[in-house]
Design a protein around this ligand. Structure first.
Ligand SMILES: Nc1ncnc2c1ncn2[C@@H]1O[C@H](COP(=O)(O)OP(=O)(O)OP(=O)(O)O)[C@@H](O)[C@H]1O
Ligand SMILES: [Mg+2]
Length: 350
């Protein structure tokens, strides 16, 4: 490596390590020395930073002669979290620069935020169910008393509605925090997608009948099961079908399509929820999966929505290494498609 480059790199605050094709360290800067005390020229990088992910990307970079960016936590420093850039400086692709940006503090704050929301939600569960219990008891005793004032009953109905709404919000927040933190692994089982979808549609029969909506399932998926977390997928299907019903007109049809798709040598099960409802205009599309984002806040609130549904869908899809895509045309309808890998790769950190 050129002397001038070494000199400038030695002073910059990001961690910089350069390696050769044998992953032997040929250069490191001051920031690297401060973080990894035993770093030295001539040492194997694997002895300093242990990470399957880092190794895989380094191999890929040398093989494909390309730069890469990714995030990882070393297995020998489990409290650290880095954003890594792999960069070739010279055209001979013999030396690779590894730049590590320490994001541990940010990650900690993010963790504190999600823990806080999860704890608060959990603590709200018990008082809420107690309020609902008492409201119900009072309502029952009022019903038995024929001389009662009707307005009290109305107030109690409103209290009950609001307490239920808060309960739904708390349950959704708990679901979201369960799936957004990647630290706790989720369990994959053999899941029959068609069966899960039929179960969800059965569950929503009342809503479907109320709006006279028919659901057609078109199954072109050529395998019977995929490896997935059933409880999590039920949440995804419930949310997408519920939205399709909520935003469809009366007497319309909702199609649910299952297909096999091969992309980059991986087989996916692709599931589309197609409605002919009101649709969503372009400017909202990219923001739909944000927490609490709603196109029409008042309307959605009146329908009892929390605005967390699609956020939960996105996180669960991510945890399955899947993809979510949304297509929509105002007044024509919307299609929400999720693609889930048929087999899950288990990553073992060494
Ligand atoms: N099929 C759809 N057609 C039209 N708009 C939709 C559809 N699905 C979602 N949306 C829009 O996206 C917003 C976010 O959806 P999301 O499911 O996250 O929240 P919600 O349905 O309002 O409440 P909940 O969290 O209870 O599901 C909705 O408020 C609605 O504006
Ligand atoms: Mg919803």
């Amino acid at each position: 490596m050129k002397k001038k480059l070494r000199l400038s790199l030695s002073k910059i605050p990001s961690i910089i390590i350069a390696i050769d094709t044998n992953k032997e360290i040929i250069f490191y800067n001051n920031a690297a020395k401060q973080k990894f005390l035993f770093i030295d020229e001539g040492r194997d990088l694997n002895n300093i930073i242990r990470s399957t992910e880092l190794n895989t990307f380094i191999d890929k970079a040398f093989r494909e002669k390309e730069d890469f960016k990714f995030e990882f936590t070393p297995s020998n420093f489990s409290d650290m979290y880095f954003i890594a850039d792999l960069i070739f400086v010279e055209k001979d692709y013999e030396e690779l620069l590894i730049s590590l940006n320490d994001q541990s503090l940010l990650k900690n704050y993010e963790q504190m935020r999600t823990d806080f929301v999860a704890n608060v939600s959990h603590e709200l569960r018990t008082p809420l169910s107690s309020i609902l219990g008492y409201v119900e008891t009072i309502k029952n005793s009022l019903n038995e008393d024929k001389t009662n004032d009707k307005t009290v009953g109305k107030f109690l109905d409103t209290m009950e509605d609001q307490a239920w709404r808060m309960t739904r919000l708390v349950e959704d927040l708990l679901l979201l925090s369960k799936y957004e933190t990647e630290d706790k692994p989720i369990e994959f089982q053999e899941a029959n997608i068609r069966q899960l979808i039929e179960g969800v549609v059965d569950n929503l029969q009342n809503k479907l009948m109320a709006k006279k909506i028919e659901v057609q399932i078109k199954d072109d998926f050529d395998k019977s099961t995929i490896s997935a977390n059933k409880d999590a997928l039920i949440q995804v299907f419930l949310n997408l079908t519920d939205n399709a019903i909520k935003y469809s007109r009366e007497n319309s049809t909702i199609e649910i399509e299952l297909e096999s798709v091969i992309d980059d040598n991986t087989t996916f099960c692709q599931i589309s929820f197609i409605d002919k409802g009101e649709g969503i205009s372009k400017e909202h599309l990219t923001r739909l999966t944000e927490r609490f984002y709603r196109v029409d806040k008042n309307r959605s609130r009146n329908q009892g929505g929390t605005g967390l549904g699609l956020s939960i869908v996105k996180h669960i899809t991510n945890r399955h290494n899947g993809k979510l895509s949304i297509k929509s045309k105002v007044d024509k309808g919307s299609t929400f498609t999720i693609s889930l890998p048929v087999f899950q790769q288990t990553v073992i950190n060494t």
